[in-house]
Write a new protein. Sequence first.
Length: 151
Amino acid sequence: MEEALKLRESIHDTWGVAGSHMNLAAVKASMATQLEAGADLISAAEGHLRDAVAGFRKVGDTKLGFSESLESAADLAMARGAHAEAVELLACAQKRRDLFGTPRYPLLQRIVDAHLTELRATLGESAFEEAVSRATDGESNLRRIDGTHTS
């Protein structure tokens, strides 16, 4: 993936670079969760996610790119132990996907379903549903990620 990122950068493929950053963010967040390796992987994932969201914003991919970025942000929240935030981010991603007609690939859907099952068990039904109810279209979450958030 790192090589794909470098190649895409060398040919100035802004959308591809954003996608590579998003994939690297998801993988590093997943590794942080599985290995309990913590801060270094989470920090690297946050940097990749910030670059992904900025890249997708630059090319105007507010549909699929933003939806997948919200899902990667949920992976990061899970790695940090922020379970309610992860649920909210996944619900935001689902709202965007429903709005724009961008369904998940079957493998990604199975992963998201597994995450949601784990999060529901961890949080309990009431806290899970409360987190889902806070979901928006995710724009404010994305602005915080890429630094374009204004208070």
